[in-house]
Design a binder for this molecule. Structure first.
Ligand code: UT7
Length: 316
């Protein structure tokens, strides 16, 4: 059980921003390089195109700056930076250090690597920092998977891409937005999806698919139970953007109609740590989320990790 104790200070999202590199790779571009087709990729994944290029720090600085501006803050007011990424620019230091400097922040900064679950992990950690006295936190999810993708391997090259999205979380004394959360990991499944240092992503797609639906739903069901909510109470699901068939199967099992799901994978591909916040911001920009809505963020990734969080948009 991870019920949030009453009286704990929470937070609300007051700003957000995104960054996608300008270069777009379509399915036809990939079909020109390897034995695949636009039709196969569309049908089996839901992806039509993806953005590639840039660095994890560069994209993070761009999305982070937009989020801080939208929140109406000066960078010096941020108390902590949490950067979710599985593709740091260097082994040492953490990419968050480069981002901290690039944004002119004057606070602690650290990376969180939980692969595609990283943004939800980071959001939960950030709420912990708010409970411990921090007031303004920048949470960024960024990955540049193109750098570790084998562009000769049709099993992975059709899926992975680059992107970033950021949110500013500000302390809320009278009940924040986070209603419940769940973080999970099963290291015994690491061989199904990994990249050695300096190497390319290796994936057993079928096994990842099979486990993904189960671990996403398990995590989401635990969060819903802790929040005292059922599927009918969830206004919008923001799932990890890996494969439209995984999203459909998970929604089906959770009993949440697909119309209540945010998807961006058709134009972003799988951007790992960036995928959930990119989908969240897309839903906000298209006015699909209203104050008071219960939003379920849920993801899975290498590790294998899974994570979910339920937020009441605008706070309680
Ligand atoms: O963040 C987490 C990241 N990872 C994931 O989410 C991966 C989860 N898995 C998947 O999304 C899917 O398993 C894939 C999209 C990777 C593959 O889809 P699938 O429906 O599991 O395809 P499959 O591997 O069962 O292959 C079906 C057929 C095979 O041909 P035969 O044996 O039926 O003749 C493959 O050789 O499709 C063929 N195939 C392709 N054809 C064209 C496999 N990949 C491709 C391709 N283009 N890219």
């Amino acid at each position: 059980m991870t019920k949030i104790p009453s009286g704990i200070r929470g937070g609300v999202i007051t700003g957000y921003g995104t960054a996608l590199p300008p270069t777009v790779l379509t399915n036809d571009d990939l079909a020109a390089r390897m034995d695949t087709s636009d039709e196969w990729i569309r049908e089996r994944t839901g992806i039509l195109s993806r953005h590639v290029g840039g660095t994890t720090s560069g994209l993070s600085i761009e999305s982070g700056r937009k989020a801080i501006e939208m929140a109406g803050l000066d960078p010096s007011e941020i108390d902590a930076l949490v950067l979710a990424t599985t593709t740091p620019d260097r082994t040492v230091p953490a990419t968050s250090a480069t981002v901290q400097n690039g944004l002119g922040l004057r606070c602690g900064a650290f990376d969180v690597n939980a692969a595609c679950s990283g943004f939800v992990y980071s959001l939960v950690v950030a709420h912990g920092l708010l409970a411990m006295g921090a007031r303004k936190i920048l949470v960024i999810g960024t990955d540049t998977l193109a750098r570790i993708t084998d562009w000769e391997d049709r099993n992975t090259a059709i899926l992975f891409a680059d992107g970033s999205a950021a949110v500013v979380l500000e302390a809320a004394e009278n009940g924040g937005q986070l209603l419940a959360w769940n973080l999970d990991a099963d290291g015994s499944a690491e061989e199904f999806l990994f990249a050695e240092i300096g190497g390319h992503i290796k994936m057993d797609g079928k096994e990842v698919f099979r486990r993904a639906v189960r671990i996403m739903c398990d995590s989401a069901e635990k969060s819903m139970a802790d929040a005292g909510l059922t599927a009918d109470d969830i206004a919008m699901v923001i799932p990890h953007q890996a494969n439209i068939r995984i999203i459909q199967a998970a929604c089906d099992r959770l009993g949440i109609p697909e119309e209540r799901t945010a998807t961006v994978l058709h134009y972003t591909g799988n951007t790992s740590s960036a995928s959930i916040p990119l989908a969240l911001v897309d839903a906000l920009r298209s006015d699909r989320i209203k104050k008071g809505d219960n939003i379920l963020l849920v993801g899975f990734g290498a590790g294998m990790t899974a994570a979910s969080a339920i937020i009441k948009w605008g706070g309680q």
